[in-house]
Design a protein around this ligand. Sequence first.
Ligand SMILES: O=C(O)c1cc(=O)[nH]c(=O)n1[C@@H]1O[C@H](COP(=O)(O)O)[C@@H](O)[C@H]1O
Length: 232
Amino acid sequence: MNDPKIIVALDYANAAGALALAQQLDPALCRLKVGKELFTAAGPQLVEKLVERNFGVFLDLKFHDIPTTVAKACEAASKLGVWMLNVHASGGSDMMVAAREGVARSGHSPLLIAVTVLTSMNQTGLSQLGIDTPVEQHVLRLARLTQQAGLDGVVCSAQEAPALRQALGTDFCLVTPGIRPADASLDDQSRVATPAQALASGSSYLVIGRPITQAGDPLVALQNISASIQEI
Ligand SMILES: O=C(O)c1cc(=O)[nH]c(=O)n1[C@@H]1O[C@H](COP(=O)(O)O)[C@@H](O)[C@H]1O
């Protein structure tokens, strides 16, 4: 079965921008991520349109609330026919178990993953939250909690992927944003890796936004990145 490793982040302000980009891309080469900005502006109808165009959709709404609310949100999200959805692991074990139950109630079976420590965060940012544990150790702690709650995987940076892969086994899904080709701008990302480094580190899927969406020719950018990971 075709299982593209690249997830293009559709960080657009409206449906027209997102659909125009999707039109240029190929569902055999990538999946698409709909995040908070686009979903707030364009809603479930846009997600359904992307699913109809045969794209696997990662609905990235990073739910983080009391367990009942998250369970119902996950149930509703799963009913949209998405391929993957996520919650924040820092919402805790009960919240993640409830999320899993919400997905099960939906009658659909998307992958359910949890965000560990955002890739924009560094050690200073974590310390400001009162967490003085090294980033990698904190990511590992949240990832273990996620696995114990029965979720399919986590969002982490590629820098933590080798440790997580070793600790959590080959079946646990590692989704890594903060991906930058060697010559690309870091933007607001902090813990970054190139596409090839990320896959070699054990990432299952790479989330890539601006290096593709802001490129002069997004399809060529996607094809170049795809080619750079073919042999890994
Ligand atoms: O859950 C995510 O997708 C996510 C988690 C994280 O820790 N860091 C992170 O950058 N993301 C998302 O990944 C995408 C990265 O986009 P670019 O920085 O443009 O490649 C954005 O849509 C972020 O919302």
